[in-house]
Design a protein around this ligand. Sequence first.
Ligand SMILES: CC(C)(COP(=O)(O)OP(=O)(O)OC[C@H]1O[C@@H](n2cnc3c(N)ncnc32)[C@H](O)[C@@H]1OP(=O)(O)O)[C@@H](O)C(=O)NCCC(=O)NCCS
Length: 189
Amino acid sequence: MTRVVLTGDADDRVVLKTARLSLRHYHRSDIETLVALLNNWDVARRLASLPHPYCQSDAEGFLERLEEGDPKVGLALAIAWNGSLIGGIALSPRSGGVPVLGYWLGEPYWGSGFMSEAVGALVSGVAAHGSPKAIDSGAFADNVASLRILEKTGFKVTGQSLKQCVARRGAFPHIDMRFSLEKDHAAAP
Ligand SMILES: CC(C)(COP(=O)(O)OP(=O)(O)OC[C@H]1O[C@@H](n2cnc3c(N)ncnc32)[C@H](O)[C@@H]1OP(=O)(O)O)[C@@H](O)C(=O)NCCC(=O)NCCS
């Protein structure tokens, strides 16, 4: 299981630290970087609900929803590396009590194991605090990297569905996956 350090750094609003990354709350000063990283078709086409193009007003609206404590957003954290925002990860509540994990990384940072590290850390953190019994996630069927991250972390396929993609304006095959936090299941190393 990924080693996780829970921190209370009030200044940087860090929630979790891993070997290379900080998972922290967003700052207003993140807006420019959010737009730069998220206004990217190759990111948007892989996410269910990211508008494309992604503009300053989208980033501002997202941060406003966080500041207002919109319950639909849940826990949304920025992923920072060497002090820079490189991606995001979120655990959003769903009816039925099983939260949904979502994440993205800016394209310049792909392929270095960052998201495996971030997902492992968040799942381990949730497991350590043991509140939900499971975490749902998944990926569009052609998103091999994301499916691999989930598989490595210990998520199991529960089915397939057609999921809407806002950027592609249609529904596409999606692999549904679940991580069980029941005692007889543990996160993969
Ligand atoms: C998907 C995404 C999060 C991956 O992040 P990343 O930091 O590059 O991923 P990692 O390096 O941690 O791990 C990717 C894994 O997939 C594997 N992989 C990547 N592309 C692959 C491919 N085409 N075929 C097979 N395996 C592949 C990597 O080898 C690695 O596995 P390994 O550790 O066993 O070698 C990132 O590309 C991204 O944000 N994409 C856009 C948004 C998105 O897809 N979000 C997820 C929505 S479900």
